[in-house]
Design a binder for this molecule. Structure first.
Ligand SMILES: [Zn+2]
Length: 398
């Protein structure tokens, strides 16, 4: 191991894992813990809230006298664990080898929901706050902790808007999602919609006087499927992704009340996962255009029929660069000369779209995230802490 994990960082990570911050719950226990810790070091936090003030983002600057800074960004929420088969308590934050007594060479791990995704990263940043404050490096370190990332990168939008309002212009951003500490420079976008089709009900013996909502919805589902096949057949490949083209998929379909009733209502939910080089909104426009054509026929039968769309989530794709100084900084601090692409969405596209060069680099593996018995190895945590100690000493970004 290149560096032993400090007991302070490990204890902090255990404390954060023991807080239940499933996205459906408040995250204030964690935010207040972080705020109080920073306050004890003389650091002020900026909080931004959700509408009913049950959740908050935290933004803090370590080194306020310095002209610009590097953001360390993490989300505070986790996915739930209902119906998952865990052999440890998801809130235990226990450290052990597993299965007990086995030696698989991986070494001890921190177990619990959010251990890899991504409380350990936040904890190590907090535990090393004094190092950032003492640092003689010419740039500050900002901590950005967000709510509701897992439900569509909701909270961080407020944080970024507040940062802009306050005139804070960070020079770079490092997102600590689990990449095994290999800097990641791209991911796809995730855009999800709900489509509701309103038809006209009738006895099923009188179909010409009706508009069958399921059948119209099925045509739209077919359109989404056709687009998916088009992406696969025609889209320019983006090497490095497991699936090197954009994908489309329908995840849910509901409709109908009885066999002998032409259904009035149907709805389905679908998503696009667009390459960073493809435009998800143009994809959605194509679905809408198809829906408008269908509507023309539907409304000839019954004028108040139609198709409506509702956005469920919009997580923009992310495309950084190997040439970005922040990528080179992350490579240097992590001791990895390579970069990688990741298959999951993060807040990186939102920071990048705000004009901040961004890289994704954090401890643990995405294969453990969202899974039963989620864990992160202490070796990964030690590497992450070494990364942060290096950041505190860095003279330049790049
Ligand atoms: Zn995450």
């Amino acid at each position: 191991m290149p560096h032993a994990l400090s007991s302070r960082a490990l204890e902090m990570a255990q404390s954060l894992v023991r807080m239940n911050t499933v996205s459906a719950n408040s995250n204030l226990e964690l935010i207040e813990f972080a705020r109080d810790h920073l306050r004890s070091l003389g650091v002020r936090s900026r909080l931004t809230w959700n509408a009913d003030k049950t959740k908050a983002n935290l933004f803090a600057t370590l080194g306020e006298h310095k002209p610009a800074g590097v953001i360390l960004s993490g989300h505070t929420d986790t996915v739930p664990w209902d119906n998952q088969d865990w052999s440890v308590d998801p809130l235990s934050g226990s450290v052990q080898d597993w299965p007990s007594g086995s030696d698989d060479g991986i070494g001890p791990r921190l177990y619990g929901r959010g251990s890899a995704d991504m409380k350990a990263f936040i904890a190590i940043a907090l535990a090393n706050a004094q190092h950032f404050l003492d640092s003689e490096s010419p740039f500050a370190v900002h901590l950005a902790l967000s709510f509701d990332e897992e439900t569509g990168c909701i909270g961080v939008r407020e944080l970024i808007a507040d940062m802009k309002d306050a005139g804070i212009t960070p020079m770079a951003c490092i997102i600590g999602e689990p990449t095994n500490m290999v800097p990641a420079i791209a991911h796809k976008g995730v855009y999800r919609w709900r489509c509701c089709v309103r038809g006209k009900e009738a006895h099923s013996s009188l179909t010409p006087q009706s508009v069958n909502a399921i059948e119209m919805a099925a045509r739209l589902v077919g359109k989404v499927r056709d687009m998916a096949e088009d992406f696969e057949a025609k889209e320019k490949r983006f090497d490095g992704f497991d699936v090197p083209f954009s994908t489309a998929s329908v995840g849910q379909f509901h409709g109908g009340i009885a066999d002998n009733v032409v259904p009035r209502d149907a709805e389905f939910r679908y998503e696009f996962r667009n390459l960073p080089t493809a435009d998800a909104m143009a994809m959605q426009d194509e679905v809408i255009a198809y829906a408008r054509k269908l509507e023309t026929g539907m409304q000839k039968v019954a004028p108040d029929t139609g198709v409506s769309f509702e956005t469920i989530c919009e997580v923009p794709s992310f495309l950084g660069s190997e040439r970005d100084p922040v990528t080179r900084l992350a490579q240097r601090l992590a001791g990895h000369s390579e970069t990688t692409l990741v298959a999951f969405g993060t807040e990186a596209g939102l920071f990048k779209n705000a004009g901040i060069p961004t890289v994704v680099c954090g401890p643990g593996s995405i294969t453990q995230a969202h899974q039963p018995d989620e864990y992160v190895t202490l070796d990964q945590l030690a590497r992450c802490e070494l990364f942060m100690r290096g950041l505190a000493l860095a003279r330049t970004v790049g």
